[in-house]
Design a protein around this ligand. Structure first.
Ligand SMILES: Cc1cc2nc3c(=O)[nH]c(=O)nc-3n(C[C@H](O)[C@H](O)[C@H](O)COP(=O)(O)OP(=O)(O)OC[C@H]3O[C@@H](n4cnc5c(N)ncnc54)[C@H](O)[C@@H]3O)c2cc1C
Length: 593
């Protein structure tokens, strides 16, 4: 697989170049959805692996270290060729198929033709798809078009604007600030609905800039990007001037924001772009799909962020709130068909450019949701490649969808109402016992097929909620070690052991430069629910033999390939330590033959 990235760092808007924090279905502020053992909405799979890695290896919350972690993860992936600083600029299409993408790397004065069976456009702006002639939407559809009450009355070409973020640091002594001549001036009135006006994690802060410093949505966020950057710099620095030196109309320097000792540390030069093109796929996700949590047979991901619309004028609309968020009652499905081109046989999309209306996109656009979609699309593409299929037939094949969804389960993605049904899972035919168990955490729960609780408030839609804790919990009174045992009447041969641990999916977890938001998380160390130390033992000739020994774990999904093919009647997972909890928790055990 080739990953082609036009910049020197990975992560898009989450990279050190933009520094937006990754959020997803568990929401924030007034739309938080999270309750332990009830509503565990944070995404699993690859984005969870990244979040956990970042949380433990980047306690200092450095933007550059996050870049490095993403780079490291890619570099350690044997089947991935990472092409940094390489921009896709064209596509050669024959018989409705992209034969190759054209890419340029200025740093080496190289031009590439990248041939592949399947192409996935994750460029945000949809550059590859556009070059290939794929149909797309821009701007805002009217209310009638897709029966969306939140849509504008008359369609237009406007969209959500872009933002440049900044970071500041407090110093022991006063740090004067003189704004450049071209910075904007803001009055109190201009910012009456903006400056620190949104409750929740957005309480007054100087350390992390202003997501609402938004502008450019009335322009073309692609063609006018450079103009937008210049104006956003003037806006961001104008707001900082307002914070440091008082509103434009203030006469004396009375430090109304108590910012005298604060100084700018960093400011972005790359506009964080919210919206440009949305492709037209085999299905267009709408407001009603999201608000009704419509069930899709070809679901490959889920969302849950509010329908989050912003005035395209941004700070030029001081009378309008910087965003209007409509709560999404339950988690909702995102179908594969939103990620497959209608008109080009081998083109898929992931991220903010998937097939959705402007209103639908306003929820799917957050980064953890984009990441979950990315994992779903990547898994579907791998299936298509392996079976020599065009992506555009996948959604019509029950077998294909079933296999893709089951692969996603195995890789710790969550799909609403669906369960792990791996046919070769020997855990399901075993008698399962434990050293101890809680009534709400029975040993047998590790084969429930689900790896989280979603039956609580604002979780999965009630008809697909599948209540339960879906994990084994040993009795805290009995202490550790605690074990879980699998026994079979006939000897079995196990080639792979997959474990899913609890990582507190009801909590927020993301690299944020905002201190208030970070205080809602357990950052800088492993999540306390997670098993840290364990042994996997099998019984051979009446003796327990250790096959796997792990210490210092903090990840949720652990896969252990067993090279010494053995036959056994008994397998035991012994937990000797956790990262904080007084008892052991395991969400799922898969024992593959
Ligand atoms: C100010 C702001 C605040 C936001 N707040 C939040 C928030 O709090 N939390 C949240 O989760 N989301 C937030 N969002 C939304 C979110 O950041 C975007 O919707 C999301 O990043 C889209 O993901 P993506 O992968 O589709 O695009 P991007 O994150 O833009 O990633 C696209 C990637 O493709 C690369 N690329 C582009 N063109 C090419 C090309 N031609 N060739 C090769 N590579 C290319 C880019 O460099 C980039 O790495 C915010 C957005 C903005 C702008």
């Amino acid at each position: 697989m080739i990953l082609c990235q036009d910049r020197s760092v990975l992560g898009g808007n989450a990279s050190s170049e933009v520094r937006m924090h990754v959020v997803g279905a568990n929401g924030t502020g007034s739309f938080d959805r999270g309750a332990e053992l009830e509503t565990e909405a944070r995404e699993g799979g690859i984005i969870e692996e990244i979040r956990l890695e970042n949380c433990v290896r980047n306690p200092q919350r450095s933007a550059a270290i996050f870049d490095l972690i993403l780079y490291d993860l890619c570099r350690n992936e044997p089947n991935l060729t990472l092409m940094l600083n390489t921009t896709v600029t064209g596509a050669v299409v024959e018989d409705n198929r992209i034969r190759h993408a054209i890419a340029e790397r200025q740093s080496t004065e190289d031009r590439f033709q990248i041939a592949a069976e399947i192409f996935i456009d994750c460029t945000g702006d949809g550059r590859l798809g556009v070059e290939a002639g794929a149909a797309f939407l821009e701007g805002r559809e009217d209310r009638e078009a897709y029966a969306e009450s939140l849509a504008v009355e008359v369609a237009d070409s406007q969209r959500l604007g872009s933002t440049i973020l900044l970071q500041a640091r407090k110093h022991p002594n006063p740090m004067p600030y003189r704004a450049p001549t071209w910075a904007r001036k803001f009055s109190k009135q201009d910012l009456k609905l903006r400056l620190y006006s949104v409750p929740g994690e957005e309480e007054p802060t100087h350390e992390y800039g202003y997501w609402w410093a938004e502008w450019g949505g009335t322009l073309d966020t692609i063609k006018d990007n450079e103009t937008i950057r210049d104006e956003l710099l003037a806006i961001a620095l104008g707001i900082w001037d307002h914070v440091k030196n008082g509103p434009a109309e203030s006469k004396s320097n009375d430090d109304p924001f108590e910012a005298a000792n604060w100084a700018l540390d960093w400011i972005g030069f790359l506009p964080g772009k919210r919206e440009s093109r949305r492709f037209i796929g085999q299905h267009l996700l709408t407001q009603s799909d999201i608000l009704s949590s419509r069930q899709f047979a070809d679901a490959i991901a889920y969302g849950g962020w509010s329908l989050d619309l912003h005035p395209p004028e941004g700070v030029d609309a001081p009378e309008k709130a910087p965003c209007t968020q409509t709560r999404v009652p339950y988690l909702y499905d995102i179908p594969l068909r939103c990620c497959i081109a209608q008109d080009t046989e081998n083109l898929m999309f992931a991220g903010r450019n998937i097939s959705a209306t402007h209103v639908g996109f306003s929820s799917t656009r957050v980064m953890a949701t984009c990441a979950a979609i990315g994992q779903g699309v990547g898994t579907a593409a791998a299936f298509a490649q392996e079976h020599n299929l065009s992506p555009n037939v996948l959604a019509h094949s029950q077998t294909a969808i079933h296999t893709i969804q089951q692969t996603l389960h195995q890789d710790d993605a969550f799909l609403i109402g669906q369960t792990n049904r791996a046919p070769k899972d020997l855990a399901k035919s075993a008698t399962i016992t434990a050293s101890s168990e809680l009534p709400e955490g029975l040993a047998n729960n590790v084969i429930s097929g689900q790896t989280r609780s979603v039956h609580g408030p604002s979780g999965a839609p009630p008809s697909r909620a599948n209540a339960g804790s879906h994990r084994w919990m040993s009795d805290p009174e009995k202490g550790l070690p605690a074990w879980l045992q699998f026994e079979w009447d006939q000897p079995v041969c196990i080639t792979e052991i997959q474990l899913v641990f609890d990582t507190g999916l009801h909590r927020h977890l993301t690299l944020s430069h905002h201190d208030g938001y970070t205080s809602k998380m357990i950052w800088g160390r492993p999540q306390p629910e997670t098993v840290s130390d364990y042994e996997i033992k099998v019984k051979r000739k009446g003796e327990w033999v250790t096959e796997v020994l792990v210490t210092g774990n903090y990840q949720r999904l652990r896969k252990h390939l067993i090279e010494s093919s053995f036959q056994t009647n008994s397998l035991r997972i012994e937990v000797t330590g956790t990262n904080g909890l007084s008892h052991a928790r395991i969400m799922e055990v898969r024992l593959l033959s």
